[in-house]
Design a protein. Structure first.
Length: 60
């Protein structure tokens, strides 16, 4: 039993893939957080542009 545990601890197959998945997950969470933080500001910018154009952007 002790030999099995030692072998499992030393086995590094799939470790790199797991690390990349964790890094990718952290990046995705950070991007979503940033988008939520600046989302309102981007909406304000587009509203300002729309106001400056004076209704030229209305679709038919």
């Amino acid at each position: 039993m002790l030999e099995l545990i030692k072998r499992l601890v030393k086995d590094e197959k799939g470790q790199g893939l797991t690390e990349y998945a964790l890094i990718l997950g952290a990046i995705a969470i950070a991007v979503v957080g940033i988008l939520f933080a600046i989302g309102g500001h981007i909406g304000d910018i587009f509203s300002g542009v729309e106001d400056e154009l004076g209704g030229v952007t209305q679709h038919q």
